[in-house]
Design a protein around this ligand. Structure first.
Ligand code: CAA
Length: 248
């Protein structure tokens, strides 16, 4: 079996890096796509992925730019071969209560967290259908399932991500392409560590396993859904939250 080609957006962030590592260990050639100017983050990423450097390349990409996503998908296909796996990990927060939220905080977040999923997925889906194999994994959030104080924008986008997952899963199910969501809880990433400490501690107190998640917890879940033999799992929302939110 030839190596699977995987794109991970937000690939050099906390969850993105772990996702790249787990996919590379699962015999994928990984392209970590992320904003070009995150040089400090890129340095950290290269250190953490040094032992997998043959299997992981970095490429600059802004997922909110539709034309750039189209072009990027074409370049990846011509350079590496057709794209088998897409992990939409890129995401930002712009936390504020609705009363204080600026229009720009809503718009910026939607452009990355929701438009980004649309842009990148639409850019690769045709190739997956043509080849009769594909794995799309979208990163949502527990806060898309429960709502979070100060996150009307983020919670709306993340709930929307799973709606997108379910709709697309139905459209491509007969063609060997699966589409799934992973909904992380609060994990040890820069994004979560930026939440004011007293608020973060209150949240940790409500996590049954008693700790923040690790990026590895998420990377492992993405790799599980990306596997060749995960073909009967589609349209699901896999919660990885230490029991912070439980539902049927
Ligand atoms: N529920 C109910 N009331 C709350 C509350 C909560 N969770 N948090 C704060 N309040 C109350 C406060 O007690 C305060 O009440 P008073 O006016 O009576 O004093 C009022 O609401 C205003 O609260 P703040 O002072 O916090 O308001 P602010 O404007 O200064 O800050 C905020 C608002 C920026 C949203 C801040 O509350 C915050 O950072 N919250 C954390 C949001 C969060 O959890 N983000 C997650 C980021 S990580 C992530 O998103 C990853 C993932 O997927 C899990």
């Amino acid at each position: 079996m030839s190596r699977r080609i995987a794109i991970v957006t937000g690939g050099i962030g906390g969850l993105g890096t772990a996702t790249c590592q787990h996919l590379a260990r699962q015999n994928c050639q990984v392209i970590a796509a992320d904003l070009p100017h995150r040089s400090k983050q890129l340095e950290v990423f290269r250190i953490h992925t040094r032992d997998l450097a043959d299997s992981i390349d970095f490429a600059p990409l802004d997922v909110s730019d539709d034309a750039a996503c189209q072009q990027f998908a074409e370049e990846v296909s011509s350079h590496y071969g057709h794209v088998d796996i897409l992990a939409n990990v890129a995401g930002i927060t712009r936390d504020a209560t609705l009363r204080k939220m600026q229009r720009s905080q809503w718009d910026e977040l939607m452009r990355v967290n929701l438009d980004g999923v649309f842009n990148m997925t639409r850019a690769v889906i045709e190739g997956m259908l043509e080849h009769g194999f594909g794995r799309v994994i979208n990163i949502s959030s527990v806060n898309g399932q429960t709502g979070q104080f100060g996150q009307t924008n983020y919670s709306a986008a993340k709930a929307g991500v799973h709606g997108f997952t379910m709709a697309l899963a139905r459209e491509v199910a007969t063609k060997g392409v699966t589409v799934n969501t992973v909904s992380p809880g609060y994990c040890k990433t820069d994004m979560v560590m930026a939440v004011p400490e007293p608020i973060r501690q209150k949240i940790i107190d409500q996590i049954p396993v008693g700790r923040l998640g690790s990026p590895d917890d998420i990377g492992r879940a993405v790799a599980f859904l990306a596997a060749d033999d995960a073909g009967y799992l589609t349209g699901i929302n896999l919660p990885v939250n230490g029991g912070y939110f439980m539902s049927f």
